[in-house]
Design a protein around this ligand. Structure first.
Ligand SMILES: Nc1nc2c(c(=O)[nH]1)N[C@H]1C(S)=C(S)[C@@H](COP(=O)(O)O)O[C@H]1N2
Ligand SMILES: [Mo]
Length: 333
């Protein structure tokens, strides 16, 4: 794709309809696997524009192949963490293979959710440090292992709903964001917490190609949102450390908000007095608000938010207010 086309294709937001729908892709993959084919590129070569994304097809990793090749945050002995049974979902958990092949992380693959795992290359989440800055008693730079040991790691099954109307149900490993926030020792004056992702255009091809984005990716939460028991600092998924495409080595999870609020791979946490800017709000304020809670009755300017597509089954299902967490979080708003 030329630079010009690339820009045209990718400037619209975290919500571009896929060139080929993920249902179709998964469907073809299942079909091919059933017939014993390892890759899909040969078949897709006849599909014109959709071919680009599938060039360089690598062997499927399979259920156990998604654990990262580096030591996860806190060390491998902390995984798998015990499941916290208070956090369950009355909907089938998305198979790991499906979740790990359908991701959104513009640093590696800007434009739409898709097979980001093919674009992470040999990017490694070690060594990795996190700066704690702003309205805190003492600014510090800490190692991910210190963060992962702030509280016992636990597993929680959460719904996850992207603003582009796909969704999944996955087991995250991590700790309550509230415990991490307290450990940062914010001052009374701190009213928001801002997260910033890595900047590494040499290794992250999306940051090289999509030069028109204001890298690095940044997001923010109100302090009461970050302190809510549902907010997590995730270090793992499916019982192991996060693979790069899911946001290694640590990320934010706020399950009642659209997926783009759940920033991945952060290197900086900053406590602020004023509401910080956020990546998508700064790019398209009419489409992506600072709060961005899941609100099925409030359509995106370009599509309805009343239903969502389960990435595993392909089923269209109703979207729930606050993504099903209204009884816990509605009181915040
Ligand atoms: N740093 C960073 N974090 C990010 C994104 C991104 O492009 N960069 N994309 C967001 C979007 S739009 C979604 S839907 C989720 C996807 O998370 P998943 O790939 O683990 O499902 O990550 C969010 N966090
Ligand atoms: Mo998203």
């Amino acid at each position: 794709m030329s630079r010009h086309n690339f820009r045209r294709e990718h400037r619209r937001g975290p919500d571009m309809p896929p060139v080929i729908s993920e249902e179709a892709w998964i469907g073809r993959r299942r079909l091919l696997e059933a017939f014993g084919f390892g890759g899909v590129s040969a078949l897709l070569a006849s599909c014109g524009g959709s071919v680009t994304a599938f060039q360089g097809e690598t062997e499927p990793l399979g259920e156990s192949g998604w654990a990262p090749g580096w030591e996860p945050a806190g060390g491998g002995s902390l995984y798998p963490a015990a499941r916290n049974q208070d956090y369950r979902v009355a909907r089938a958990t998305t198979p790991q293979d499906v979740a790990a092949r359908h991701n959104n992380i513009y640093e590696f693959h800007p434009g739409r959710a898709g097979p980001v795992y093919k674009h992470v290359g040999d990017f490694s989440a070690r060594p990795w440090q996190v700066e704690i800055r702003g309205e805190v008693e003492e600014e510090r730079t800490v190692d991910i292992d210190d963060i992962a040991r702030v509280a016992p790691l636990e597993e929680r099954i959460y719904r996850f709903r992207c603003v582009e109307a796909w969704s999944m149900v996955v087991p995250w490993t991590g700790l309550p964001m509230a415990d991490f926030v307290r450990w940062c020792k914010p001052k009374e004056s701190a009213r928001f917490v801002r997260f910033v992702s890595f900047l590494d255009p040499a290794r992250a091809e999306g940051q090289r190609k999509a030069k028109h984005y204001p890298w690095p990716y940044y997001e923010g939460l109100r302090m009461d949102e970050a302190m809510h028991p549902l907010a997590m600092l995730a270090t793992g998924i499916f019982g192991h450390g996060l693979p790069m495409q899911h946001g290694a080595p640590l990320r934010v999870i706020v399950p009642w908000k659209y997926g783009f609020k759940s920033l991945k791979s952060f290197v900086r946490v900053e406590f602020t007095r004023k509401q910080p800017g956020t990546f998508w709000n700064d790019l398209q304020s009419k489409e992506y608000s600072f709060l961005s809670n899941v609100e099925p009755d409030v359509p995106h300017p370009r599509w309805s938010q009343s239903t969502e597509r389960d990435i595993a089954t392909g089923d269209r299902i109703p979207t729930l207010p606050f993504n099903g967490y209204g009884d816990q979080v509605a009181k915040l708003y």
